[in-house]
Design a protein around this ligand. Structure first.
Ligand code: SF4
Length: 429
């Protein structure tokens, strides 16, 4: 069956394109054209058309929330709660990244629990299950890896982060550049590097790229070209290894699209704030404008416990410069597996960052204007309705004295908005 990209190329406006256009408030033909020229991808999943997410040029910046078990904490019930919390908090996609427990069962239950498109990293399951099946994760076979990609795609995974660009050239570049302060922090990138070194051979996801693309085409999965060389320390940002992988990923994205598979590229990672713009320009220039999925970006290394904030700062800049998709970071980042409340805080921080970026990138300022007016007129219900987190805003107000008055406890009877009334500061039309 023709993929969404192939139908778009044939001039057809699909139901998925209509749905994205309606939600974004733009013409369906613009969405079709973006899919055709590769600047927009639409993520759904095999057999999952209830909710689709459009990512790319001219569209609202989207937010991903990642969940998943680890060997230290594998609790299916909590993962299902995290999935629901992420969806309720307004995430646009979910990544299910479990590495412990019954991974097929967890994936299928999460897919049942949410209507959001769900992505994953096939290497995680391949690594975890190879340890059991072959005695060591380093004994993973290429056939087993491709078998898992197909199993996950058939279950309804809508986008896959696949580390094809971690090839021999990238690893040579990494070793010749004189080291790294923060090492490798991409689990998929680190595992694939170790596997290649152990077997002294090329990455099968690179070497047998056509085999991979055939599977993704069969289930119409969006290829998210993984950033295995992303920096885990701001000192390593934008180094040679990262850019080498980006060059390879840009070429592979073109090959995927030629074969009818939608593609986007992933990016850093830890990065000082003044390198974000360059990273966005490089990705857009090298890839021909394909959607850019930034992981973080975390703008300082010294705020563990608050990395939803360090990432939100970077994400706002990234979105303003043209990044299309950002991965949330929770307060538990670098410290432990997130709990449901961490997930909620991470999604909210990323949504705020995305909106701040969209005020610049897309000029989306109408709600900010309306909020200013609602504040001026002390219209609390209007303020809650306009808020990115209405329940959170309402509960902060309700918890404090004075919530029954028209002002608030911040200034009490010295409410500036009452003191400088309309005679002094008349409202704009
Ligand atoms: S009391 Fe102060 S903070 Fe509260 S609404 Fe009036 S001016 Fe704003």
């Amino acid at each position: 069956m023709a993929t969404l990209l192939e139908r778009g190329r044939a001039g057809k406006i699909t139901a998925e394109m209509e749905a994205v256009a309606a939600r974004e408030g733009i013409e369906p033909e613009r969405i079709r054209h973006g899919v055709e020229n590769g600047t927009i991808v639409i993520v759904s999943g095999h057999g999952r058309s209830e909710y689709v997410t459009g990512i790319g040029n001219g569209l609202r910046t989207k937010v991903n929330a990642s969940i998943g078990t680890s060997s230290d904490l594998a609790d299916l019930k909590m993962e299902l709660e995290k999935a629901s919390v992420a969806q309720a908090a307004g995430a646009d996609t979910l990544m299910e990244l479990s590495t412990a427990g019954d991974l097929d069962e967890i994936r299928r239950r999460v897919l049942e629990a949410v209507s959001l498109p769900v992505g994953n990293v096939p290497l995680y399951q391949a690594s975890s299950e190879s340890a059991v099946r072959f005695g060591s994760n380093l004994e993973m076979t290429a056939s087993f890896l491709f078998e898992l990609v197909e199993r996950q795609a058939a279950d309804g995974i809508g986008f896959m982060a696949i580390h094809c660009g971690v090839n021999r050239l990238t690893l040579q570049t990494l070793s010749s550049q004189g080291g790294r302060s923060g090492g490798l922090v991409s689990r998929g990138g680190a595992f694939m590097s170790a596997w290649m070194s152990h077997h002294d051979c090329e990455n099968p996801l690179y070497e047998q790229f056509d085999r991979l693309i055939e599977i993704l085409h069969e289930y119409d999965v969006v290829l998210s070209l993984g950033n295995g060389m992303r920096a885990g320390a701001t000192a390593d940002a934008t180094d040679k290894a990262q850019i080498q992988e980006l060059l390879i990923n840009a070429q592979l994205a073109d090959r995927a699209r030629q074969a009818g598979v939608q593609a986007m590229l992933e990016g850093p990672g830890h990065i000082p704030i003044d390198e974000i713009e360059a990273n966005v320009i490089l990705e857009k220039r090298l890839s021909g404008g394909k959607p850019f999925y930034m992981l973080g970006p975390i703008t300082t290394d010294i705020a563990p416990g608050h990395d939803h904030i360090t990432a939100a700062i970077g994400s706002a800049w990234a979105a303003a410069y043209g990044t299309d998709f950002i991965c949330y970071v929770t307060p538990a980042e670098h410290l432990g597996l997130p709990y449901p409340e961490d997930v909620r805080q991470g999604v909210m921080a990323a949504r705020i960052a995305a909106h701040v970026g969209d005020m610049i990138k897309l000029g989306r300022r109408q709600k900010d204007l309306e909020m200013g007016r609602a504040r001026r007129s002390l219209d609390w219900e209007a303020q809650f309705a306009l808020a990115l987190d209405p329940d959170g805003a309402r509960s902060v107000r309700d918890m404090r004295p004075g919530s029954e008055s028209d002002g608030c406890s911040m200034c009490g009877d010295q409410c500036a908005l009452k003191v400088a009334d309309s005679a002094i500061a008349p409202a704009c039309p």
